[in-house]
Design a protein around this ligand. Structure first.
Ligand code: GLP
Length: 239
């Protein structure tokens, strides 16, 4: 069974973005939004951009990204900083001063990011995707519930999954990332997880109905008081 604090909304693949955006839009006009990168939330951001064109006020939002590759400058088009700028902040009219993405590679850099989130009053709604190995952010298997923003080594499987964003060249995919920890993510007041496709089914099932374990970092979401999963039937397949 799914945790009583987790709502699961099943919808058609092409409705995920609209449904999730309906929840996320509740942070407007001036809330703190935790943003994920990757393919899964693209339709959600597109829906927010449409809603802005229809009058939703987004310019006052403050954004905190989940993670960033170590060694990629914010100017690198493959960086998550570039993604957040071009896919989210720019089209939503959010000024650069209101956008934070993890950076650097030291423990002090991680602590500074934690402080920035705390100074903003914490995250109102955190958007997350899920990795095929059950990661959230870049919290790979083995990441425990107490982890905070820190540098992690990426799993080979994660680097392979993300190689498509680096011209298909695994050697170009950084080996390390700075990521919010599991505890950081769980400190958000509300969490919205978006997932589509059968490639996510095993990880999602383990996260939602399996034991709460660092082997599947997304399973720690079962301990959060307010999680909404928006997923298509393939991602929620039982077999
Ligand atoms: C990436 C990111 C995560 C993302 C996940 C799934 O590696 N670090 O934040 O949620 O993996 O990505 P996608 O949505 O492209 O499948």
């Amino acid at each position: 069974p799914v945790s009583p604090t987790t709502r699961v909304i099943v919808c058609a693949t092409d409705e995920i973005g609209e449904v999730a955006a309906g929840i996320v839009a509740s942070v407007a006009p001036a809330g703190v939004l935790g943003v994920a990168t990757g393919s899964s939330p693209l339709a959600l951001y597109a829906s927010l951009i449409r809603r802005r064109a229809e009058g939703l006020r987004t310019e006052g939002l403050r954004l905190f990204a989940l993670d960033e590759y170590v060694g990629l400058a914010a100017s690198d088009p493959c960086s998550y900083a570039a993604y957040v700028r071009s896919v989210i902040a720019g089209p939503l009219g959010i000024p650069a001063d209101n956008v934070r993405v993890p950076s650097g590679s030291t423990a002090a850099d991680g602590a500074a990011y934690e402080r920035a989130i705390a100074d903003a009053g914490g995250v109102d709604v955190q958007i997350v995707g899920i990795g095929r190995n059950g990661h959230i952010g870049f919290n790979e298997p083995g990441s425990d519930a107490e982890t905070r923003t820190r540098v992690v080594e990426l799993d080979e499987s994660t680097r392979r999954a993300n190689a498509e964003h680096f011209g298909g060249d695994l050697a170009q995919v950084p080996t390390h990332a700075m990521t919010q920890g599991v505890a950081t993510i769980l400190s958000a007041r509300r969490i919205v997880l978006v997932a589509a496709g059968s490639a996510k089914a095993a990880a999602l099932r383990a996260a939602l109905t399996g034991p709460v374990t660092a082997d599947i970092p997304a399973s720690f979401l079962q301990r959060h008081p307010d999680v909404t999963v928006v997923a298509d039937p393939d991602a929620l397949r039982e077999d």
